[in-house]
Design a protein around this ligand. Structure first.
Ligand code: ADP
Ligand code: MG
Length: 620
């Protein structure tokens, strides 16, 4: 299926590699391509199979990893080893997801509330990036099987509201799965592209994209003009989707059958069965007026009217979000030119009717709503491959630009393939008390350790006023101007001390060298990500040892001898691990130290609070 092209330089035939579009969803993921013969986007599926791969990873007892429908079977029976909704955890710290912790039935590690979450399955710890990479790897393998050609290049979609960190995490997951991620595209943008919107330079339009998936709802208002998509506003609810429709049905049937919540909690097979039949009922009610099924020998029934009553309050919440999004974009309903329906749950007729009547217009629903994002990603991939000649590609940065941070890690500020001109900034701080200067080393490349990337420049920001470590705020900003010149500026925000430098990143680099740098990053992806994870764990451990040491010195009179002894012992073994241990061992060491210090830290906190109430403070 891959295209055959003629290499003008050598005159020989060469197989041009296909770039795939990937919708990496919270509930389902899938791959699409532009069909080489018809030129139309199509989703990839095995013969009469389904294209959707549930975004679920299961870990077997012997460490076997399965993804998709096979993994979904274990969702309720083996909750600890069956990881779903990992997309919600991308680029998140524990404190970000804490209030929803009951949603996740697997173990999320809360060793340090500000660092990125990790998930424990069996004796191992996984980052959301690794878990997502398992899903991407499965998609890649399936695509290669169907296309009978290697697949190494992809466009991956993300929600419009994803932060830089979440986008970077998605890129990393792709890299770890052996994919060169040519671009991260917003899901609503992809959906619009699938409907052909934005493909003409002359067109100016305002589009509302309503996306109701399995567990999340997003409404995005986009403006396209001159072939460029701009997100005017986004709104939604990250804990509302079609799975809630199923839950409403389960609740209703459980009440009818006299089954209590506790019983459902104990009889996991029954709960699983009810959930699956509920989803089946929901789907069948799109086309018929009543449903009858069997659960554990009991008959269950549901009328369409009843179902609609159950879900109406949920739909009304989505409509309220639409109102908020319009308000934020400063638009009225009449100013919306197109409404695009995305997500499997928009197949429910009441959803479609409600959205259509709110926006007072027909909605676009001719493409499969659960495929439309992947189809649009394929359209974007085709544009990047240069096949869609009408659509001019904007200038982009061919390699990532960033600075060196703790432990020699590369911190990317402007990811490769960013549009030019492009701007990014991030705040850093000092590591030592009284530190008066900070070295800013600028690098280019895709590897995780700066030693493997290309150094562009280095300078010292001096004149930072004496302050304890962690207090100075140094804002580093990158600007790639229209001529491709990179201006790096560092500024200490309290004192105003400032320094800047200009470089031409592409100077002296041939296309072949750029290509080699990209390929190296893929070849070393696994080792790079492991090294990065190790360095991050080491850094985290060192910080925890430092803060714990300070804490027990300051508060020694409030601690028992036994507590201090145990803490010192845990810190000593953690120090040994920092130098010699593997990532998981270091994390386990951090966890052990936290388990020892948590009880007295909480106790002192409580005392401090009650003393503060009396006007006294416990520490100086
Ligand atoms: P996500 O974007 O969250 O990965 P999808 O767009 O694939 O998810 O939507 C998944 C949701 O769509 C699930 O809740 C599923 O039950 C629901 N869904 C799929 N097909 C239908 C259908 N025919 N009718 C109603 N809901 C459906
Ligand atoms: Mg989706």
């Amino acid at each position: 299926m891959a295209k055959i092209g003629i290499n003008i330089a050598t005159g020989s035939l060469q197989k041009q590699e296909m770039i795939v579009g990937i919708d990496l969803g919270t509930t389902n993921s899938l791959v699409a391509i532009i069909h080489p013969e018809t030129g139309q986007p199509v989703v990839l599926k095995e013969h009469d199979g389904i294209a959707l791969v549930p975004s679920i990873v299961h870990f077997g007892n012997e460490g076997q990893i399965t993804v998709g429908d096979e993994a979904k079977k274990f969702l309720i029976t083996e909750p600890g080893n069956t990881i779903f909704s990992v997309k919600r955890l991308m680029g998140k710290s524990y404190s970000d997801v804490k209030e929803h912790s009951s949603f996740f039935s697997y173990k999320i590690i809360d060793d340090n509330t500000e660092s990125l979450v990790k998930i424990q399955a069996g004796a191992r710890f996984y980052s959301p990036v690794e878990l997502s990479s398992f899903i991407l790897k499965e998609l890649k393998t399936r695509a290669e099987h169907i296309l009978k050609t290697p697949v190494t290049k992809a466009v991956i979609t993300v929600p419009a509201y994803f932060s830089d960190a979440q986008r970077q995490a998605t890129r990393d997951a792709g890299k770890l799965a052996g994919l060169d991620v040519l671009r991260i595209v917003n899901e609503p943008t992809a959906a619009s592209l699938a409907y052909g919107m934005g493909l003409s330079r002359e067109e100016t339009k305002t589009i509302a994209v309503y996306d109701l998936g399995g567990g999340t709802f997003d409404i995005s208002i986009l403006r396209i003009s001159g072939g460029i998509f701009e997100v005017l506003s986004t709104n939604g609810d990250t804990y509302l989707g079609g799975d809630d429709f199923d839950r409403e049905i389960v609740k209703y049937w459980a009440a009818e059958l006299g089954i209590t919540d506790e019983e459902l909690g104990v009889h996991k097979n029954l709960a699983q069965e009810l959930r699956l039949i509920a989803e089946e009922a929901k789907k069948s009610l799109n086309v018929s007026d009543d449903f009858t099924g069997k659960v554990a020998g009991h008959e269950v029934k549901l009328k369409k009217q009843k179902f609609e009553n159950l879900i109406l309050p949920l739909i009304e919440r989505t409509i309220q979000s639409c109102k908020n999004a319009l308000k934020d974009a400063d638009l009225t309903i009449g100013e919306i030119d197109e409404v695009v329906m995305v997500g499997g749950s928009t197949r429910v007729p009441l959803v479609k009717q409600s959205v259509s009547s709110f926006f007072k217009r027909n909605v676009h629903d001719s493409l499969n709503p659960d495929e439309v994002v992947a189809l649009g990603a394929a359209v974007q991939a085709d544009i990047l491959a240069g096949n869609n000649k009408d659509f001019l590609l904007l200038d982009i940065t061919p390699l990532s630009l960033g600075i060196e941070t703790m432990g020699g890690l590369m911190d990317v500020l402007i990811p490769r393939n960013s549009k030019i001109p492009s701007k990014a900034g991030r705040q850093y701080t000092t590591q030592k008390d009284g530190q008066a200067s900070m070295r800013i080393a600028v690098f280019q490349g895709e590897r995780d350790l700066v030693k493997d990337n290309r150094k562009l420049a280095e300078f010292n920001l001096t004149g930072i006023p004496g302050m304890p470590a962690g207090l100075p705020k140094v804002e580093v900003s990158f600007l790639v101007n229209a001529d491709g010149i990179l201006v790096v500026k560092a500024k200490e925000l309290r004192s105003g001390a400032e320094q800047s430098i200009e470089v031409k990143p592409q100077y002296g680099l041939t296309d072949a060298e750029v290509e080699k740098m990209l390929m190296d990053s893929i070849a070393h992806a696994r080792e790079d990500i492991q090294v990065r994870a190790l360095v991050e764990a080491q850094t985290e451990a060192k910080q925890i040892i430092d803060t714990t040491t300070q804490f027990i010195t300051k508060n020694s009179i409030f601690l028992s001898e036994e507590e201090i002894k145990q803490t010192r012992h845990a810190m000593d073994s953690l120090s040994v691990l920092v130098n010699k241990g593997a990532k998981d061992e270091i994390q386990a060491g951090i966890e052990r130290l936290n388990e020892i210090s948590r009880p007295y830290a909480e106790r002192l906190m409580d005392e401090a609070i009650s003393k503060a109430m009396k006007g006294k403070s416990i520490t100086k």
